[in-house]
Write a protein that binds this ligand. Structure first.
Ligand code: C5P
Length: 406
């Protein structure tokens, strides 16, 4: 499947002010272009001390603007043209000095001039600070950042960590991929603003002995995509994840567990505080009745060990049965008779919505096909990558929450 173009049709003015993090702006330009955006780079004089316009022109495919006296525009008004064409202006890196300039409404060089000249209701300003930790922590910078926010700008980061100066602390610019994802999230409609979602994802691992266990092929990708899509839509998201190798979506609270019992014990106390519970985890139905304290060894007589299995708690059914139950969404990963099994789960677990998918066809893959099954019937969400499907599911949930009593 080709890469999703989450920024297709978006025109981004990427402004660079002076700082070592300018080297990351080259990669950021590439990431934005790869995500489908057109990128117009504007640099301050200080930024040109760190990276040349040649690199950024090559990566963006457009001549870079560096001066308000640039005579190329017919009307000789680069600040007006650039700011009106933009769907968003992203300043990355934003130095302490440049932030101070924005707060003061300065307009004596092109980048701050075009930020001031932008139609403030239509062209959002996003700012990714990058500076030494003492500069970031200074009351003057903190005061300026608070004012910048009050003036309507969105501040992205900064992150903590190693700094070019050798010190460690707050002030690192977010990584290019993080800034790209922040921008993608910024443009998503806030359909779940203020809603609280609890999501389970991944397989569980039921230990047989200290080195072996029972698990399944669930990769967690669908659940993680739903967590990301819900967060992008403005929700407050808690993700309870079985053992998976996936990065945590930005701004999502993650709780890692191994077994079904641990997942149950993590979810149940949290459930009533959430408005929606989405159970995407492929929870093992059974676990060994006892875990052996030591590795089970071959006995030399070729007799296989026998285990007794005991049933795991059904997390989804337990949440749905709570007096203050959230709106519950179950998943059905089946290998055949999907609709029939999904409908049967709807009744057995007493939930309003089951999302069906064919397990073997989707485990570990980046795309999927879903079918939504409720008391009224069913509707297919055609094959797409998992994040696109997750966004479609988020739209569906937003509609259902409007009409649900919960
Ligand atoms: O019980 P079954 O596997 O048929 O149903 C699948 C749905 O129930 C999924 O949403 C899964 O996350 C949830 N489930 C659960 N706890 C279990 C088994 C399944 O929450 N023990």
């Amino acid at each position: 499947m080709s890469e999703r173009q989450d920024l297709a049709g978006r025109h981004i003015v990427l402004g660079l002010s002076g700082g070592v993090a300018c080297y990351k702006a080259a990669e950021l330009t590439r990431e934005l272009v790869k995500a489908g955006a057109t990128v117009q780079v504007v640099m301050t004089e200080a930024a040109e001390a760190f990276i040349t316009p040649v690199t950024l022109q090559a990566l963006s495919g457009r001549p870079v603007y560096t001066s308000q006296w640039d005579a190329r525009p017919d009307n000789n008004m680069a600040h007006i043209n650039l700011s009106r064409e933009a769907d968003a202006i992203l300043i990355a890196p934003a130095s302490a000095d440049f932030i101070a300039r924005l707060v003061q409404g300065r307009a004596d060089e092109l980048l701050s001039l075009l930020c001031l000249a932008r139609p403030i209701e239509r062209v959002p300003l996003l700012v990714a600070p990058a500076m030494n930790r003492e500069m970031w922590a200074h009351p003057a910078t903190q005061r300026n950042v608070a004012q910048l926010r009050a003036d309507g700008a969105t501040v992205l980061g900064p992150a903590a960590g190693d700094q070019a100066c050798g010190e460690v602390g707050d002030g690192r610019m977010l990584e290019p991929a993080e800034l790209r994802d922040e921008l993608i999230a910024f443009f998503q409609p806030k359909l779940l603003a203020g809603r609280r979602l609890l999501i389970t994802a991944g397989p569980t691992f039921e230990a047989i002995d200290p080195v072996r266990g029972i698990t399944n092929h669930s990769s967690g990708k669908m659940g993680f995509a739903i967590a990301r899509a819900a967060q992008e839509a403005g929700a407050d998201v808690t993700l309870v994840a079985g053992p998976v190798h996936l990065p945590t979506p930005r701004h999502v609270r993650r709780i890692d567990v191994q077994s079904a019992q641990q997942m149950h014990d993590a979810v149940l106390p949290l459930a009533a505080r959430h408005e929606v519970f989405v159970a995407t985890a492929a929870v093992a139905d059974w676990r060994p009745a006892q875990m052996n304290a030591h590795k089970i060894k071959k006995d030399g007589k070729k007799v296989a060990p026998a285990f007794e299995l005991t049933e795991n708690p059904d997390i989804l059914a337990a949440v749905a049965a709570l007096p203050q139950a959230p709106y519950c969404v179950g998943f059905a990963a089946e290998s055949e008779h999907l609709l029939q099994h999904a409908r049967e789960k709807l009744l057995r677990k007493k939930v309003p919505l089951i999302v069906g998918n064919l397990g073997p066809a989707t485990f570990g893959r980046d795309d999927n096909t879903l079918v939504l099954v409720d008391a009224d019937g069913h509707r297919e969400l055609p094959t797409a990558d998992k994040l696109s499907l997750a966004r479609a599911l988020v739209c569906e949930l937003a509609e259902r929450l409007k009409t649900s009593a919960k």
